[in-house]
Ligand binder design. Structure first.
Ligand SMILES: Cc1cc2nc3c(=O)[nH]c(=O)nc-3n(C[C@H](O)[C@H](O)[C@H](O)COP(=O)(O)OP(=O)(O)OC[C@H]3O[C@@H](n4cnc5c(N)ncnc54)[C@H](O)[C@@H]3O)c2cc1C
Length: 408
């Protein structure tokens, strides 16, 4: 019996077509406008909410696709439409995953609906981990969470940066240090409910790309949240900290590897976003090369142009195979013995940067203007080698995994 197949099943094909339709009809036509406005495209998010494409239910369904391909298929199509708008649509998911991964059933039931709002009153959520001095080096995090036992409240103080939807979110998920002695094992995640005093938006960044996605600093000053906002609860935190202290004494290997497995499983989704942007630019370039005439013939008749397109498509397909493999491994519980999740994100994000640059070259002068979408796609593609771990960090993780060394 031949079990191996790369054929998508009927459900997957239907979902992919449905998302592609939304990306082509709603997202792509709005892309240039929201890129120029550098604002969250609320009307587009609302359209997505109305058809069920902006909801926890939809992402949960894709997440539980037993082949692992639900999320990569979704990401590729949405980001094919436009990266900035797509990030505005999926950004809330980052925070939602933070709650689902660490929260109790009650916390999930309370906060996730408030993250998405309703189709008539859509909301977004933010996941705040990065800090000015703690980007790649998560262990350098300084935002503190101190428990005020008398009031059963946690007091958050510090500055978060680069938060997608930071300051405009209804619900913020904030990662903070509860035990500085334990490095990244002494962190915990907190819900900051809507309208909590002490949380404010700092600088909103004017960015190179994905400009339809809001990115800002989040400042926490004596920001008090109820004890029930500690994700997972106090008892579980105390147990986890006690275990971490024990393991710190005896080397700490197992915990490091558990954290790594989580990243390996989430990174292919970013790879799929990169593939969406790369594919969009490749398709634009292919069409242009077939119709643009110079020296009395379409420019694709020149081997120099045609070979570029051949390489672009080959690399996109190769990237997709790496992403699908890692997603399948994550879903089916295969161990990431060679950091295959990081490999997929590294390769796909570098491909997106390269392919979008080649697309500009194929468009010539037109590619250098905002009249044509490849210029925007190239700016957007630059993010993929930076967020969710830079390319250097992916290489570091892959190399240390191959060498059998612990990941810091
Ligand atoms: C648009 C955007 C949206 C984002 N959204 C979010 C969000 O929603 N929530 C959130 O918490 N964060 C978010 N981030 C933050 C993002 O994850 C960080 O920018 C990223 O982790 C890199 O951190 P850094 O910017 O501090 O760079 P740094 O860590 O300062 O890195 C600078 C350079 O040094 C290199 N470098 C660092 N350490 C090493 C090393 N050991 N070996 C080799 N090279 C190294 C890096 O690869 C990079 O090239 C977002 C960032 C951007 C730009």
């Amino acid at each position: 019996m031949a079990e191996f197949t790369l054929d998508l099943n009927d459900d997957q094909k239907a979902v992919r077509e449905w998302i592609h339709g939304f990306a082509a009809d709603v997202i792509r036509p709005a892309a240039a406008e929201w890129d120029e406005r550098e604002e969250t495209p609320w009307p587009v998010i609302q359209e997505a909410a109305k058809i069920g494409l902006y909801s926890l239910d939809f992402y949960a369904q894709q997440f539980f696709d037993p082949t692992g391909l639900g999320i990569p298929l979704t990401m590729e199509e949405l980001f094919w439409g436009d990266a900035g708008i797509a990030l505005s649509i999926v950004g809330t998911g980052l925070a939602a995953v933070g709650v689902i991964a660490n929260g109790t059933e009650e916390q999930i039931g309370t906060w996730i609906p408030q993250m998405y709002g309703t189709p008539d009153d859509v909301k977004v959520a933010a996941f705040c981990s990065s800090e000015p001095d703690a980007g790649s080096d998560v262990g350098a995090m300084r935002t503190r969470a101190v428990y005020d036992e008398a009031k059963d409240e946690w007091v958050l103080d510090g500055t978060k940066t680069w938060a997608t939807n930071g300051g405009i979110a209804n619900v913020h998920v904030v990662v903070a240090v509860v035990d500085p002695e334990l490095g990244s094992k002494g962190h915990a995640s907190f819900i900051v409910p809507p309208g909590t005093p002490g949380l404010s938006q700092g600088q909103k960044f004017k960015k190179h790309g994905i400009r339809a996605s809001h990115t800002a600093e989040v400042v926490l000053e004596d920001c008090r949240v109820p004890g029930s906002c500690l994700l997972g609860g106090k008892e579980k935190l105390d147990e986890r900290l006690a275990r971490a202290r024990e393991r710190a004494k005896s080397g700490g290997e197992r915990l490091k590897n558990a954290a790594m497995a989580t990243f390996e499983a989430s990174r292919p989704a970013v790879g799929a976003m990169a593939i969406g942007t790369a594919r969009a630019a490749y398709e634009e370039a292919l069409e242009y090369a077939k119709t643009r005439t110079q020296f009395g013939r379409p420019i694709i008749d020149n081997q120099g142009v045609a070979f570029q397109l051949a390489d672009m498509r080959t690399q996109i397909d190769a990237a997709r195979l790496l992403v699908w493999r890692a997603s399948w491994m994550g879903t089916t519980g295969k161990p990431f013995t060679s950091a295959e999740g990081s490999m997929s994100k590294l390769f796909a994000s570098e491909v997106a940067k390269k392919v979008t640059a080649q697309a500009i070259q194929i468009f010539g002068g037109n590619g250098f203007t905002r009249e044509y979408p490849v210029e925007r796609m190239h700016r957007d593609a630059a993010i993929y080698t930076i967020f969710e771990g830079t390319s250097e960090i992916q290489r570091l993780v892959i190399a240390r995994t191959l060498a059998g060394l612990p990941i810091r």
